[in-house]
Ligand binder design. Sequence first.
Ligand SMILES: Nc1nc2c(ncn2[C@@H]2O[C@H](COP(=O)(O)OP(=O)(O)OP(=O)(O)O)[C@@H](O)[C@H]2O)c(=O)[nH]1
Ligand SMILES: [Mg+2]
Length: 236
Amino acid sequence: MTQKTLGDRLISIIVGTLGSLVPSGLTSAVNNAVDFAYVRVMGLPFIVLGYRQSGKTTLLEWLKRDTSYLADFDPDPTAAGGDPVGVFNAQVDGELMRLKPRRDVGGEYAMWETDWIDLFRETRPRGIIFMLDHRNLYQHKDALNFVMQMIDEEPAARQNLKMVLILVNKVDLWGADQTLDDLLDDLRNETRRLKSQAERVGYRYHIAATSVLNGTGVGEAMGLFFNAIRPKPRKA
Ligand SMILES: Nc1nc2c(ncn2[C@@H]2O[C@H](COP(=O)(O)OP(=O)(O)OP(=O)(O)O)[C@@H](O)[C@H]2O)c(=O)[nH]1
Ligand SMILES: [Mg+2]
């Protein structure tokens, strides 16, 4: 269910009114400035998806905490329906950003058609983080294909989508025996599909190896992702 908040309505009224008063070139500058101000106040909408036990809850905790050390964090599997996550401020790439992931959803098959699609529609995210690890290859492929199909089939929900970030997580467990390219070799059909969808739909994608448990690669990946999806103030 999509519900327009008072903020959304006010902004549509402001943009609508300005739109009729100013020339069209200026309207896009105004839209951009409104987008920028809106996200600064309301938070940057993004979602975290991925098959079960890939590290989604741990990543959200990593973002919420000041410290990136999470060895003492031992979450339960996220149950059906997911857990609400309020808007919070996080230090990303040396800057304070206001983030709005809305819900932490679980990764069981039964949750994809329900929780994942609901979250995608409700959030209209500017970015999607998709997590996988070195185990359960077939399930990760299925999950990634499901997400790409969802993007294809939900034009309204994907309208703000700027980036899909794939995190091949738990590098602390597989990094000694395998490279990221080795792992991606098994996912070549999916990465090919991602590349062509990104070009067609108009979003960027990036693939990174991380360990959200010990912090390897997470700061860099988050910096790249949130910088890519946030609206930028337009220089005059
Ligand atoms: N070694 C290692 N373990 C990790 C890493 N990230 C998460 N884990 C562990 O993997 C397990 C699952 O992590 P969660 O964050 O609960 O994964 P999830 O994707 O939220 O799982 P569901 O809610 O069941 O879908 C936990 O025991 C974590 O401690 C990592 O980078 N390295
Ligand atoms: Mg979870």
